[in-house]
Design a protein. Structure first.
Length: 314
């Protein structure tokens, strides 16, 4: 028998016929008319050159051929269903899954850690592998081995999907004894030494120096450049968590995103103040590869993070 010459739906009918051992009951179960199922049984008998079901005093009984076919047909139907049915459901309460997310410590503190803390007890089998831009290559995101990248993106590959989570501006963190704490002016801001935190994008930053053009630094320095101003950067780092350094060095200023300042720098001897100049708020977005776009687990994570982000204080 050539499989191209048979309607594979007939195998589904045969499976039900062998279970019910009755044309009328099989028709009822299949939601078909009795003549339709009778015609299907006739075609099956022709295909297999066997009566398949024969009438006896105890009702219709399967032939030896039919009994041999039954487990094979059942397995065929199981495989067909697994191939053709869309796996559109993801149950986080029972699923075992590891999400790999590329981001920096700003997003960790303001979004990921609070999200994980609020959901960990409900989803005990979900885990998170959070990596920094220096540890992960763009190709890993493109290939789908990294689920999401969350950051400020000047330019992401056009093939990526992207969703904005929030907009954030900067605040200045300083020791209470810093001159800026009592005189938060632009002149005071520029007169103090600064800690510079890199724009931790997908790719590594260019080599920088104290004489670097602001385009090699960040949006904050670009805004100052428009005012024909430049700050004195004394410490270069890729990490936002510089609280200990500020506590021990009253002269230093740290300009960081507002959300991070509110959530992480609440101590008695530190002060948080607005920037003394205007700056366009930065957009925080998550981007992902088209490879992951329709994955049920990935869809769930994107939706959860997006909804959680709206609940956070700005």
């Amino acid at each position: 028998m050539n499989i191209r010459n048979i309607d594979l739906n007939l195998l589904v009918y045969l499976n039900v016929l062998l279970e019910e051992k009755s044309v009328s009951r099989a028709a009822n179960k299949l939601a078909l008319t009795q003549p339709t199922v009778s015609a299907a049984l006739k075609r099956l008998r022709e295909y297999f050159s066997d009566p398949l079901l024969v009438r006896t005093s105890g009702g219709m009984q399967p032939t030896e051929k039919a009994l041999a076919l039954k487990p094979q047909i059942s397995e065929f139907i199981r495989l067909s269903e697994s191939i053709t049915q869309s796996d559109s459901h993801f149950d986080p309460t029972s699923a075992t899954y590891t999400f790999k997310i590329l981001t920096n410590d700003y997003i960790e503190s303001c979004l990921l850690f609070p999200f994980i803390a609020s959901t960990a007890s409900n989803y005990p089998n979900l885990s998170y592998n959070i990596t920094s831009p220096g540890d992960t290559q763009l190709t890993e995101l493109q290939e789908g081995s990294v689920d999401l990248a969350i950051n400020r993106f000047k330019q992401a590959p056009t093939s990526f999907h992207q969703k904005r989570l929030w907009r954030d501006n900067f605040r200045v963190i300083c020791h209470q004894d810093n001159p800026f704490a009592t005189s938060p002016t632009l002149e005071s801001y520029l007169s103090q030494p600064h800690i510079w935190v890199s724009r931790s994008g997908i790719t590594s930053e260019n080599r920088i120096s104290k004489d670097s053009h602001p385009n090699k630094l960040g949006e904050l320095d670009e805004a100052l450049w428009q005012l024909e101003k430049r700050r004195n950067i004394q410490v270069f780092t890729r990490h936002f968590q510089a609280q200990k350094l500020i506590e021990q060095s009253p002269s230093l200023l740290l300009s960081i995103p507002n959300r991070l300042a509110i959530s992480s720098f609440q101590t008695d001897n530190l002060v948080t103040l607005p920037l003394p100049f205007q700056m366009v708020p930065q957009e925080i977005s998550m981007v992902w590869s088209p490879i992951k776009h329709y994955d049920p687990a990935h869809t769930w994570l994107r939706q959860q993070l997006s909804e959680f982000a709206t609940t956070l204080a700005s």
